[in-house]
Design a protein around this ligand. Structure first.
Ligand code: PRX
Length: 661
């Protein structure tokens, strides 16, 4: 069968699947925390009062809030502003005080098979000591502390220790390069950084501290680097600045009472990609964020802390890890699995082995991982006992119906509801999602907003809500866990999210479709943000890394559809006059991107181009680049300054295809 025909069939199949609904299994519904659709109406009747009820019910407050939303200065919204609480006390102390200290918080599994079961009591003790150590090192309430660690328990300890004393953590995903870490520390004027001697990946150890050192020397604000000894590799330490984690923890006092914080006290900054090369420092505060993540974690995952073993297979360095590995699960007293390693080390069945070993009941993962498992074959998970699973989740990118069905059948044994959760770093918590005991799901749709959240699809030009059809996704009213701003960039905050449709409506940056049942289908970004394996990158960020190469004159980056990673980075590169292109140069350019941003940002494909399609005003027409890279018929080229450029590019692509075949 020709490729064209098979993809036609696939499209037909996918559109048939769109209409098939999967009702929650009766046995699931009967046991679910929420099984009555009335919760939607209750929340919609008075969302502010409803959220205030959630905040009071789900969290321990030192001072109960009397008010939900303060919208006196839009879009700088405040929630629960007269309340006081501590996030780490909500994650730890209250469980220990209620006699749940012996419950396992994390079943940690190391790359080489090491096992550590960390109870709530142990985590509580370690967090108190490290909080005291940070204080001893001069860290105070309101200071920024960077965290650049792999998936080891110390990452959660560091975050909670910051929260305990009111320091603002700024976690950088371990896959980012040291140069990206420096940039993020510089923007946030971090006072301390917690990092590691080395990181392990698939049996190899990469030195981290030496790479960090190379970058941090010129950073005036950074007074301390705390180093976790994880791999035991040699680690240079600078007198007066660097200390070992174990030594400062051992030397610290054991008791550090949690300090009550104002609800709007900043909890963390997390840098994410936007339309320009400069990452945005998304700022989250304490009370609203904790309310959002605790409520969604409990009700979206139907969490029963006494019996569930929950596993969110993300990295703590992304918002999914913040909200659904650390704060949400711990606030709910959950027992979680934490896996240090890759999905194919020591073997391609390691995830399923972990589920079998820990009898995990809930798995939350990215569609890109599911697509990889499909490629490796169903026979791998089929070798393991996955009968403990009762609920599955996905996050980070649209899931294609075929992958949804595979997940449902092969992993979920057709008995587990799937929650496809849509949200963002900015939203802090899940916004659009099925409720597993209530919502009938449709493969590929995140379905409808969580109670208390209101989303619409609106017309691009007029902003009018669309009843059925495609448009821009917006969130209609403030919600507790929303970002409170971009760190030290108020104008950019307003410009990015609240200039197009006013301050009442949050512009998401995604296109979406709404169907006749009111179900939402998120299509993808409308800005220059690319989603590679659920990792968010800006095209401008990658372009500026590529042009840093001395032989490159200009670069344009697009996200190209990719079977494995959802989107892949494709770069059109113009070399400086007289430079010949070569395979070595491809590797060189990829290496520069790896150093500047991180390996995951390296272009999958580089297309040499003598010129780029530009409008008369000099703007690169990415739409045409996307068309040409994906082999589609070109749209309108009449606005180009030089329409010939496209013909040349087409012949380059044909040459490339010839070479490959
Ligand atoms: O485009 C949407 C996509 O991921 C973007 C947010 O990325 P980030 O801030 O890194 O957070 C990812 C984890 C929450 C969104 O604008 N996205 C996220 N979840 C989904 C999704 N697209 C479709 N379906 C989803 N479930």
């Amino acid at each position: 069968m020709s490729n064209e025909k098979s993809s036609d069939l696939e499209r037909q199949l996918e559109s048939m699947l769109e209409i098939e609904k999967f009702e929650p299994p009766v046995s699931f519904r009967e046991q679910a925390l929420w099984s009555d659709p009335e919760v939607y109406e209750q929340a919609a009747a008075d969302p502010e009062a409803w959220w205030l009820g959630q905040a009071r019910e789900l969290l321990d407050w030192d001072t109960e809030p009397s008010q939900a939303l303060d919208d006196s200065n839009p879009p700088f919204y405040k929630w629960f502003a007269d309340g006081r609480l501590n996030a780490s006390a909500n994650c730890l102390d209250r469980h220990v005080e209620a006699g749940r200290g012996e419950r396992v918080a994390y079943h940690w599994r190391g790359e080489e098979g090491e096992q550590r079961d960390i109870t709530y009591a142990e985590l509580h003790a370690e967090v108190q000591r490290f909080a005291n150590a940070l204080k001893d090192l001069g860290v105070e309430k309101g200071d920024v502390v960077g965290i650049y660690l792999p998936m080891i328990p110390e990452v959660a300890v560091s975050m909670l220790a910051c929260a305990r004393i009111g320091a603002i953590h700024n976690v950088v995903f371990g896959g980012f390069s040291a140069e990206s870490v420096r940039e993020r520390m510089e923007f946030s004027e971090a006072k301390a950084l917690v990092t590691v001697d080395g990181a392990r990946r698939k049996g190899k150890t990469a030195p981290i501290k030496p790479a960090v050192d190379e970058q941090m020397d010129e950073l005036a604000s950074l007074e301390t680097i705390v180093v976790v000894r994880h791999t035991g590799i040699d680690c240079p330490m600078r007198e007066g600045r660097d200390v070992f984690y174990d030594e400062v923890v051992d030397a610290a006092e054991p008791e550090c009472p949690a300090e009550p914080m104002e609800a709007e006290h900043p909890l963390f900054i997390l840098y994410t990609s936007g339309s320009t090369a400069k990452p945005k420092g998304i700022l989250h505060t304490t009370g609203g964020y904790m309310t959002g993540v605790t409520a969604t974690h409990r009700y979206v995952f139907d969490l029963k802390p006494e019996s569930d073993v929950y596993w969110c297979a993300a990295d703590v360095g992304w918002v999914t890890g913040h909200s659904y590995i650390v704060y949400g699960p711990l606030a709910n007293g959950a027992t979680s699995v934490m896996w240090e390693g890759a999905p194919d080390h020591p073997h391609q069945g390691i995830w399923w082995e972990l589920i079998q070993d820990y009898k995990a009941t809930i798995l939350y993962a990215a569609p890109t991982a599911i697509r990889t498992f499909i490629k490796w074959g169903a026979e791998i998970p089929e070798k393991f006992d996955l009968s403990s699973l009762r609920l599955l989740g996905t996050v980070g990118e649209p899931i294609n119906p075929k992958a949804w069905l595979w997940y449902h059948e092969v992993i979920g044994g057709e008995r587990c509801p799937i929650v496809d959760t849509w949200w963002q770093t900015e939203t802090g918590a899940i916004m659009i999602t099925p409720l597993p005991g209530i919502t009938a799901t449709k493969p590929g749709s995140a379905t409808t907003p969580f109670p208390g959240v209101q989303a619409s699809v609106v017309g691009e030009s007029d902003g009018q809500p669309i009843e059925t059809g495609q448009g821009l996704l917006v969130l209609e009213r403030p919600w507790p866990s929303m970002l409170r701003g971009l760190y030290k960039e108020d104008d950019r905050f307003i410009e990015t999210y609240f200039s197009r449709f006013g301050t009442e409506r949050y512009l998401v940056g995604d296109a979406a479709r709404v169907d006749a049942d009111g179900y939402l289908w998120v299509i993808g970004r409308i800005d220059d943000v690319v989603n590679v394996s659920g990792h968010r990158l800006s095209t401008a960020e990658v372009e500026s890394a590529i042009v840093a190469h001395e032989k490159v004159a200009e670069a344009a980056v697009i996200g190209q559809s990719d079977e494995d990673t959802g989107q892949a980075i494709c770069a059109f590169v113009t070399l400086r006059g007289g430079t010949e292109h070569s395979d070595e140069l491809v590797e060189d350019i990829r290496a520069v991107v790896g150093e500047r941003i991180g390996k995951f940002a390296r272009p999958k494909r580089i297309i040499w181009s003598d010129d780029l399609p530009k409008t008369r005003s000099g703007k690169i027409m990415r739409r045409l680049l996307r068309d040409i890279a994906e082999g589609r018929a070109l749209g309108d080229v009449t606005t180009l300054r030089d329409p010939e450029v496209m013909a040349e590019l087409e012949s380059k692509i044909a040459e490339e295809a010839d070479k490959e075949s």
